[in-house]
Design a protein around this ligand. Sequence first.
Ligand SMILES: Cc1cc2nc3c(=O)[nH]c(=O)nc-3n(C[C@H](O)[C@H](O)[C@H](O)COP(=O)(O)O)c2cc1C
Length: 168
Amino acid sequence: MDATALYKFQSGLYVVSAATADDYGACVINTGLQLTSTPLQVMVAVNKQNHTQGVIEKAGHFALCPITEEADMLYIGRFGFRTSTNFAKFDGIERRETILGDPFTPTASACVLACEVVQTLDVGTHMVFVGEVKDAENLSDAKPMTYAYYHGTLKGKTPPKASSYVAE
Ligand SMILES: Cc1cc2nc3c(=O)[nH]c(=O)nc-3n(C[C@H](O)[C@H](O)[C@H](O)COP(=O)(O)O)c2cc1C
């Protein structure tokens, strides 16, 4: 089997984030997807080893922002290659909160969705969270970044915790 066949699947890049009373997490994912419009539902798949996964599970809600092409590799590195367990991901960057209390940055974010978890599915390495959108706001007219742009223009790599990782 040639798992690189899956490279032909298109997706965008997102920051998913959540907070409880005493903890928060935020990470890059390429697994954001709109599921339905009535009710408005989206899904995210988050690796169980990512700090953000446990925070979403405890909080029962999350924020989801499509990353725009304004983001550089430092921005991707902040949210996608470092962990919230030992790095304050919103330090030095504008930080706001959704109506559900989850942190997000309007910097290089096309929009923000405030989502309440309505279903959780254990798919092995990752947890799938289905979120009902409780609030949505456009933040920028800049182009949302595609995974193809990330690989082709930013020359970015896919880390092992991403759903789309293929071992070399
Ligand atoms: C391009 C890219 C795509 C990624 N896609 C996913 C994904 O779909 N799901 C996931 O759980 N992690 C994904 N990751 C990995 C997490 O962003 C990364 O493990 C992060 O450091 C976790 O941070 P945390 O420990 O603070 O949650 C991706 C990272 C990058 C750079």
